[in-house]
Design a protein around this ligand. Sequence first.
Ligand code: UDX
Length: 435
Amino acid sequence: MKLTIVGTGYVGLVSGVSFAELGNDVICVDKDEAKVEQLKQGSSPIYEENLEPLLQKNIANGSIRFTSSLAESAADSDVIMIAVGTPQAEDGSADLRFVHAVAQELGEALPANRPIVVVNKSTVPIGTAEEVETIMTAKNADLNVAVCSVPEFLREGSAVKDTFHPDRIVIGSTVSWARERLVHLHESLADTDNIITTSTRSAEMIKYASNAFLALKISFVNEIANICEAYGADIDEVTRGVGADRRISPHFLNAGLGYGGSCFPKDVQALISIAQQKDYAAGLLNATEALNAKQRLKPVEILSDRYPQGLQAVKVAVFGLAFKPGTDDMREAPSVDIIHELVKAGADVHAHDPIALNTAAPLLPRAVTMHEDAEGALAEAEALILVTEWDEYKNYPINDLSAAMSGKIVIDGRNALDADALKEQGFDYYGIGRR
Ligand code: UDX
């Protein structure tokens, strides 16, 4: 099929490359000409395992092309996917300005009477597909477009793998020819049982509900961890017992410093705002969000308790800046709030991350010293905080920690370190909900 994908962010680029790999003829469009040039050279602006080799392969065999002209590419497409950003507006709602602009442009550019499927892949409020169709047909009443919703569930760090091995594919459309075309496009990616067809509104809701549920699950386990701490129960043992119930499942039950990233925080906020617009107060979602905001500051609370006289000039090493391992993405990374609070309290902060130093630097206070290697950040530190559970830190030899640090405090914000081994070596170990 001929596909146009608008927006070459995470979702757009990964989808474009994947559909090209599946044998479709793909054009990716982005307004950012420098990015288009970079992509034409086969260089990916984001780090994602296996993405660049697939990009290069499909450029070489002509399956994927890049342009900044939407009008030119869209006219003879079978399917046009909108994968532009939906940033958070000041009131927490999703800002749809980019989606609307694409709809306007498509309304002007598309030929009349040719059946074209437009797919919304961006995470958008319920009813947006209908809104996009209204914008397009207001420009040209003779358009034969069906605007559908196919939400994207890929995770950063495993985006290519997730695209090729999805748990399910949700296709939201009430127009049968459009639905059939989309089922056909996706059928090599999933068993037919795993292709779920719904209305556009339900598909839009599925995306928010999925992310909100996962966020809720994380805040829930963090709450249980906090209560475990108060009573001397151990969260690892508790989640092992709880997660064995198949109705609950052991996934997404890791207690820690809470969720970050480009999706969960924004989508929970947006769903709260969507509910509010219909006078529904989403109490559970508000609580999820509030607990998450508080959870990330636990290392600062622990250190403040340890240093009642204050953190002035206390040297603290921070391991990990990215919001999770496997990415250099710093959006809503807990490290930013933690480090700002530490610096405010006068601590001397030394940070390391295997790949996110450059993306992190503009978000952190100038007073932080960034280190290219973990050893540099550790040298003479009184306390270590593990914020992102990169393998490099999980496998860090405890003897080397002892040798490098001047103090013995380890705060393991992701329950990723060997607590017993650290304690044996004389460290004061603090996990999240660990006994
Ligand atoms: C998420 C969804 O998983 C994906 O389906 C959606 O399309 C986009 O949002 P992503 O943001 O890439 O993907 O990250 P994910 O791996 O899901 O982790 C999100 C956050 O939750 C991270 O900050 C992670 O540290 C945290 N997390 C995850 C926990 O704190 N505990 C867990 O058990 C799992």
